[in-house]
Structures are given as C-alpha cells and as structure tokens.
Design a protein around this ligand. Structure first.
Ligand code: G3P
Ligand code: CA
Length: 280
C-alpha cells in the first residue's frame, strides 16, 4: 500500500471516529419516563449545577426535562432577573437585595462558585436570556417571586411574553394568587399556576372552583397533597403539579393520586441519575 493510500485510510478512520463522537455528543438523552406525567426541572437541574443558571437549565435539557422551572425578581433598573431568593447572598459572592442592583452590577457577581469551584464565573441571567436560548426547545415554568415587592412585574412579564406568538409551552406561577389573577387578565391565553402554601386542608370545593376559573394548574408541595383535593381540581378541569421531593415514597404516592407532573431537582424521576453528584 502506497503512502497516499495509507494517509487516505487514516483520514477515513479518523473521520469516522469523529463522526461517531459528534453523533454521540449530540444525541439527546431522554431519560424521562414518568408514566405520562410532566417532568419539571426545579430551578433547572439544580442537583447537578448551580440553581437557576444557564448550566442548570442546559443540564436539565440534556436530561430530558419537559419544563424548566425558574424564579424571577426585578433589578433596580427594571430587568427580570432569574434568581430564587430576593437577596443575592446565598447563591452568589455578593450581598444585598436583587432590587438594589442594576443588571450590570448583577452581571459582575459569581453565581456558580458557591455551588462548586468548577462553576466559578457563572453569570446571573435574565428571563430574556432564558427565553432567547430555551423557548421552543422545552417548556418554561416561570415563578414570580414576591410580586408585592415589585409593583408592575406582571406587566413586564406580559410585555416580554407577548413577543412570543405561541405561549403553549409557557406557564407562569406564583404563591401570590392575586398576582396570577392579574397575569391572567393581562394575557388570557397564557396558562397560570398557583402554588399552595401548606394550608391545603382548608382548600374547599368553593375555593377550588374559584381558583380553577382562571388558573390551569394548582401546585403543591408533595407532602401536602391529598386525594380529595386532587380529584376536585381535576373535576373542575384543572391540573396538579407537585414539587420538589427527592423522596421516592412521596413521589410514588403522588403518582397514585394521579398528579399531572413532578417538579424535581433531579429532572429524571423516577430513574436516579447515573451522573455523580457535584460535591466538594
Ligand atoms: O415550583 C415549585 C417550587 O419552586 C416552589 O418553591 O421555594 O423552590 O420556589 P421554591
Ligand atoms: Ca420556584
């Protein structure tokens, strides 16, 4: 075999290997199999990457989550910021309320190093940036945190979402019922969800009829659901998501109750991830 032919063979061999590698990398890992229930990645795949960051959302997508859950606040200059707490202290290297920072100041903070040094330098992102990257790729469950702290936040969300023609893959939720009533009035075609506090025992049929008149979802911590409430919500045409347990027993119970989906840090319930947890 001549030199040219040998080089050609090596070239073909290397090309095939590269193609196989690229193909493997690009293949989506659809691990979700929850018997028809929706899988929602709580703050992204927050067990594997810093919560509410681009890394955690990308990881959730890779794991096959149907929806990415995120939490939003408003910055000093009126930008919709993705973060769980109203202060930056727990998840970044900064200190103080989100509402006292401009977007430019928030972008200076490190939102990854507190989780693990390998994520150091991760930036806080805006809702705009989340939509830019993930709208159309997967569903988005957007939680407005403490709307009473941010007068007009519903209008800002409505203006932003109005830029998207099809809102079928977006749900907005809050613990604040009146905020979601407002959201529904602003964008009636958008599905809204209500997060219930642990006072579920007092959720009467009358209350359920009122809430399901504008909210598509009534969502609970998994330890506070019961069969009566779930059945009554379903009878009114509503749906139920439960969050955010890593306890298989509770999740099994929720499944038996017939909930519509699970909001979880793992994103792949009930199959535990083969991926190592990120730990120091
Ligand atoms: O989506 C439900 C869940 O996110 C509500 O609790 O504190 O994690 O925002 P929290
Ligand atoms: Ca949340």
């Amino acid at each position: 075999m001549g030199d040219f032919q040998k080089k050609k063979l090596v070239f073909v061999f290397v090309s095939i290997c590269m193609l196989l590698l690229v193909g493997y990398e690009a293949r989506p890992f659809k691990a979700v199999d929850i018997n028809g229930m929706i899988s929602v990645a709580h703050r992204g795949a927050s067990n594997y990457a810093p919560e509410n960051t681009q890394s955690s959302f990308r990881k959730a997508l890779e794991l096959g989550a149907d929806f990415l859950e995120c939490d939003i606040h408003l910055s000093k200059d009126g930008e919709l910021i993705i973060m769980h707490d109203d202060k930056v202290d727990r998840t970044t290297n900064g200190s103080g309320y989100v509402k006292n920072f401009t977007l430019a100041e928030l972008k200076e903070l490190d939102a990854g190093g507190e989780f693990h040094s390998s994520f150091a330098g991760e930036k806080i992102i805006t809702l705009n940036e989340l939509l830019d990257e993930f709208y159309g790729e997967t569903g988005l469950l957007i939680e407005i945190k403490k709307p009473a702290m941010y007068p007009g936040i519903e209008e800002k969300v409505a203006v932003l979402l109005n830029e998207y023609k099809d809102l079928d893959s977006i749900i907005v939720q809050s613990f604040d019922i009146e905020s979601m009533r407002t959201m529904n009035k602003l964008l009636p075609e958008l599905e809204v969800a209500l997060l219930m506090k642990p006072s579920i025992q007092s959720l009467s049929l009358q209350k359920i009829i009122d809430l399901t008149s504008f909210a598509t979802y009534i969502n609970f911590n998994v330890s506070y659901v019961n069969q009566r409430v779930i059945d009554q919500i379903h009878n009114q045409g509503g749906k139920v998501l439960v969050w955010s347990t890593k306890d298989q027993g509770w999740v099994n119970k929720a499944y038996q109750y017939g909930v519509d989906g699970i909001i979880t840090d793992f994103s792949i319930w009930p199959v535990e991830s083969p991926i190592q947890l990120v730990q120091d």
